[in-house]
Design a protein around this ligand. Structure first.
Ligand code: LIP
Length: 277
């Protein structure tokens, strides 16, 4: 990988201070794909700050940023070194000052994740992973839960931002199936990146969601796998981070058990051509 990007010290980065300051002030809320798909100027400013900082050191690198894609840039993952950025994962939480907000930065070369960073701003937890080098939280090595019995497990998921009745029906159908296994409980932080870090930390045995985007999960997926977890598609095949769906779990057994309960559907892929106007 070109040069050594020192990701430590993100806590002191201007981006984090920008998020923290905005949480104390009023946040100008705008909408994207629907009235519940929220974005703020802070999302946009943090993303631009990250991109500018990286471009100064690595001018040839490519970027996939949530707000850049929302502004019309392509969401194409190539073999080029690519930074995959969610400037504020948990934007709805951010707007409501619900205390789970993360900056998520993944880095890929030849379409393979090389490192991932998720900084949970209000918990002051820096989750990091480099491929083959393990996963850490504030320097402490992470390991997924060793629970093998799904009936002794907590599962994380989210309702997402789709309000399409058919999608909502499937989301609730899956939730009902999972609850009635039965499991100890279902939780959701409101941030895919933080949910993935909860799997990596052994706090929940698995997380699944249909409707996420590659920028939500690029970093957290590597953190899960480097903590000893597995990632598969909601229908049991290989995970595809552009497909907008995944199951992340402490073991393949738990992951495949969850797949049996999911009433799946296929959102428009992140790398799909934009629908004709
Ligand atoms: C969020 C994801 C979450 C999903 C929300 C939203 P954002 O990302 O982290 O898992 O349920 O609908 O997509 O929009 O806050 O970056």
């Amino acid at each position: 990988m070109e040069g050594e990007v020192r990701l430590q010290g993100l806590k002191r980065f201007k981006e984090v201070e920008m998020v923290r300051e905005a949480l104390r002030d009023d946040r100008k809320v705008m909408t994207k794909s629907s009235s519940v798909d929220l974005v703020t100027q802070t999302d946009q400013k943090v993303e631009q700050l990250i991109i500018q900082s990286v471009k100064e050191k690595f001018p040839t690198h490519r970027f996939i940023g949530e707000e850049s894609v929302a502004a019309g840039e392509a969401c194409d993952l190539t073999d080029s070194p690519t930074w995959i950025i969610d400037p504020i994962d948990g934007t709805t939480n951010f707007v409501h000052a619900f205390p789970f907000v993360a900056i998520s930065i993944g880095f890929s070369v030849n379409k393979q994740s090389e490192f991932g960073v998720v900084y949970s701003c209000l918990e002051d937890k820096m989750f990091t992973a480099r491929r083959g080098k393990g996963a850490f939280c504030n320097g402490e090595q992470l390991k997924v839960s060793d629970q093998e019995d799904i009936k002794q497990s907590i599962i994380a998921t989210e309702f997402g931002s789709s309000r399409d009745p058919e999608a909502v029906d499937k989301i609730f159908s899956s939730l009902r199936n999972i609850l009635c296994i039965p499991v100890h409980g279902v939780r959701g932080a409101g941030s895919a990146a933080i949910n993935l870090c909860l799997v990596a930390s052994g706090c929940v045995e698995a997380y699944y969601e249909i409707g996420i985007h590659i920028w939500d999960v690029a970093a957290g997926s590597l953190i899960v796998s480097e903590a000893g977890g597995v990632l598969i598609d909601v229908e049991g095949g290989a995970v595809d981070l552009m497909s907008r769906r995944l199951v992340a779990a402490n073991s393949r057994t738990i992951a495949e058990r969850i797949v049996k309960e999911i009433d799946s559907f296929s959102p428009l892929r992140d790398d799909a051509p934009p629908p004709k106007q």
